[in-house]
Ligand binder design. Sequence first.
Ligand SMILES: Nc1nc2c(ncn2[C@@H]2O[C@H](COP(=O)(O)OP(=O)(O)OP(=O)(O)O)[C@@H](O)[C@H]2O)c(=O)[nH]1
Length: 217
Amino acid sequence: MQLSSSARVADENFDYLFNIILIGDSNMGETCVVQHFKSKVYTEAQQNTIGVDLTVCSLEINGKRVKMQVWDTASQERFSTITQSYYRSAHAAIIAYDLARRFTFESVPHWIHEIEKYSAANLVIMLMGNKCDLWEKRPILLEDACMLAEKHGLLAVVETSAKESRNIDEVFVFMAKELITRNSLHLYGESTLDGPPLDSTPVLTAQGPRGKAHCAC
Ligand SMILES: Nc1nc2c(ncn2[C@@H]2O[C@H](COP(=O)(O)OP(=O)(O)OP(=O)(O)O)[C@@H](O)[C@H]2O)c(=O)[nH]1
């Protein structure tokens, strides 16, 4: 897995475009995570997200240029109409919980339910347990999260810390790789029993001079 700054590419030319929604209770650190992914900085004090914030990041994975549009959604009920409207065009969702606060983990099934209600059927879901720097206080073990993920057929669980720069890039690169793989299976018409293809738009784009190259993936 490589994500050096030299591997970052311009936004304009890309082989894949993925919409990722970031959801979870308030104060999970979602904004810090996205900010760290984009700029490699951690800012302690963040304002509550109002509605939806968009962050665009570009990566290169196995020679393919991937543009990730990360939609950081507000958890407050008063924004639910706005945030739900973004679910439908998402290819993947990252559900965040704070592994030092049990009630945030207990909310995860609620967020899964929301996704099932409003998103495309084949949306890929990952669990992100943020604030793993608070490991001494943690009531939520990785095993608990893995059991929950398995029960609901989620892709994976990743524990992160925006504060200590742990696993942030990995979350997004891992998700991008999974989406590329599923999309490739879909293009070749292979069995999708191990993971449904993406059918929401747009998954593949043919922009830029190298746009055609990805058709062989
Ligand atoms: N210890 C620790 N604190 C963190 C971490 N990430 C974020 N925080 C803190 O958690 C608080 C909330 O962070 P935000 O990024 O605003 O959380 P959010 O989930 O975007 O909040 P909403 O906008 O309300 O949805 C802030 O005080 C951050 O400094 C982390 O990895 N470790």
